[in-house]
Design a binder for this molecule. Structure first.
Ligand SMILES: *[C@@H]1O[C@H](CO)[C@@H](O)[C@H](O)[C@H]1NC(C)=O
Ligand SMILES: *[C@@H]1O[C@H](CO)[C@@H](O)[C@H](O)[C@H]1NC(C)=O
Ligand SMILES: *[C@@H]1O[C@H](CO)[C@@H](O)[C@H](O)[C@H]1NC(C)=O
Ligand SMILES: *[C@@H]1O[C@H](CO)[C@@H](O)[C@H](O)[C@H]1NC(C)=O
Ligand SMILES: *[C@@H]1O[C@H](CO)[C@@H](O)[C@H](O)[C@H]1NC(C)=O
Ligand SMILES: *[C@@H]1O[C@H](CO)[C@@H](O)[C@H](O)[C@H]1NC(C)=O
Ligand SMILES: *[C@@H]1O[C@H](CO)[C@@H](O)[C@H](O)[C@H]1NC(C)=O
Ligand SMILES: *[C@@H]1O[C@H](CO)[C@@H](O)[C@H](O)[C@H]1NC(C)=O
Length: 376
């Protein structure tokens, strides 16, 4: 285990029990990553740090390690790692280069337990996901293996099983969902399953329930959320053939939208960590003048099954290429949204009754944000 040294970024104001929270946002272009602060008492979002990185062609996806000591960055041609500094900045550590025709880095999944393997995916035809080893401080070291697909595949998102012994891949170009087993001792992956998705679905991102019984998949092209049952022993998936709309059901212009992200809310530290309350999704509109959509689902506390689609409401903007939702670690009702159509980050809050949500803090930026990660 690596030593755990939480960053001192939380300030308690008196007499109101307010807390500030720190988050990083990546961008689709440029070399800047920003550090933002959200104050949950005044509901304000402020830009604290403009950080110049060595990610010269954008930071299209960013991910934190389990200890929140390292930020992993997907930039064209490389997966890079940066150590978080106590002043909210980033210090470059290392990078792993990709093969010449698989340089379009788009997604990163991190293992929550030792040996903390990092999985990085370039989005181009037939490109593998790289399983990357990390040092004792969490810096990226080298590719352990290629998690391979087939000639038609173009994987956009991945999700690990709770014990990091299975990797699920959303194959947007090949219209499928893949299952591989992963042995962290040998650093090897074995292909177990390729499930074709319904015609025109195009799986983009997916999320494995922390109890291991479900994988929820965003069908980008159909603008639907699909449910897959997971066998907790074999890791194999079965399409439950149940979907939910991620744009209003009456809309026939599905090609004007492209559904994007799905993530679980994060239970507070005193709650059952295998039982998140919400599943939250973001859908982008392809026209900057039309809004995208945000939806949330209620999950059964013991099985993790979806019990109800709580709401499906317009986002503030189109989302651009983003509308990436990022649930907050300090309260299950909070999540952030990035919009690269109108260049802003917002923090949203789900209402007490769970039936709606709204933006509670908005910050305009000079560039198009991709996704954010919460440090505190
Ligand atoms: C960050 O950069 C933006 C745009 O260049 C500028 O407006 C802002 O003041 C800077 N903020 C900090 C904290 O450096
Ligand atoms: C933040 O800390 C790092 C060392 O941890 C230092 O190199 C950097 O200059 C500091 N940045 C600011 C803005 O103080
Ligand atoms: C990369 O390019 C080579 C040569 O054009 C091709 O054979 C190969 O299939 C491409 N894709 C990958 C993933 O290597
Ligand atoms: C992964 O595949 C690439 C070619 O696509 C190859 O250059 C590289 O050596 C492979 N890496 C591992 C760890 O097998
Ligand atoms: C992983 O590989 C090691 C070494 O070959 C083996 O002992 C272990 O049983 C494997 N783990 C699983 C879950 O297959
Ligand atoms: C979903 O449909 C497929 C194809 O018809 C079928 O093989 C599978 O068993 C169905 N899943 C469930 C949970 O019924
Ligand atoms: C899709 O159609 C609906 C209903 O006609 C309309 O309100 C909406 O603006 C359209 N969306 C886009 C992105 O064009
Ligand atoms: C957490 O919830 C799971 C069901 O999702 C249950 O099996 C487990 O016992 C619960 N743990 C605690 C500590 O309540």
């Amino acid at each position: 285990m690596r030593p755990f040294q939480p960053l001192v970024l939380v300030a308690l104001a008196i007499p109101v029990l307010s807390e500030t929270h720190y988050l990083y946002s990546g961008f689709f272009s440029g070399s800047t990553i920003v550090g933002l602060e959200f104050d949950d008492a005044t509901l304000t979002l402020t830009l604290e740090n403009n950080i110049t990185t060595q990610a010269t062609s954008g930071s299209k996806w960013i991910a934190l390690d389990e200890q929140k000591q390292n930020l992993y960055v997907a930039t064209t041609g490389y997966f890079q790692s940066y150590a978080l500094t106590t002043n909210g900045s980033l210090s470059y550590s290392s990078q792993v280069a990709l093969s010449s025709n698989c340089t379009n880095t788009n997604f990163i999944s991190t293992s929550p337990s030792t040996p903390y393997t990092v999985f990085g995916t370039p989005y181009s035809t037939s490109c593998p996901t790289l399983a990357i080893s990390v040092s004792t401080t969490g810096a990226l070291q080298s590719a352990l293996t290629n998690v391979t697909y087939d000639a038609t595949a173009g994987v956009h998102g991945t999700s690990l099983s709770p014990a990091s012994d299975f990797l699920y891949s959303a194959d947007d170009m090949g219209n499928a969902v893949w299952t591989h087993s992963f042995n962290s001792t040998t650093g090897t992956a074995v292909q177990l399953q390729r499930l074709s998705a319904p015609s025109g679905a195009n799986p983009r991102h997916l999320a494995t329930h922390p109890n291991g019984r479900w994988v929820y998949v965003v069908y980008e092209e159909l603008n639907q959320l699909a449910t897959y049952e997971r066998d907790v022993q074999t890791g194999l998936l079965t399409d439950a053939n149940t979907t939910y709309p991620l744009i209003p059901a009456a809309y026939t212009n599905t090609s004007s939208y492209w559904a994007d992200e799905v993530l679980f809310s994060i239970p507070s530290s005193d709650a059952n960590s295998t039982s998140p309350k919400y599943l939250i999704t973001g859908t982008r509109s392809r026209t900057t003048s039309s809004s995208g959509y945000i939806s949330a689902f209620a999950l059964d506390a013991s099985s993790g099954a979806i019990t109800e689609q709580l709401f499906l409401i317009p986002s503030t903007g189109s989302g651009g290429s983003a509308n990436a939702v990022s649930p907050a670690p300090f309260g299950e009702q909070y999540f952030a949204i990035t919009d690269s159509g109108s260049n802003f980050v917002e923090v949203w809050r789900i209402d007490e009754d769970g039936k709606s949500a709204e933006s509670v803090a908005h910050l305009d930026l000079g560039n198009g944000p991709a996704n954010v990660v919460w440090v505190s």
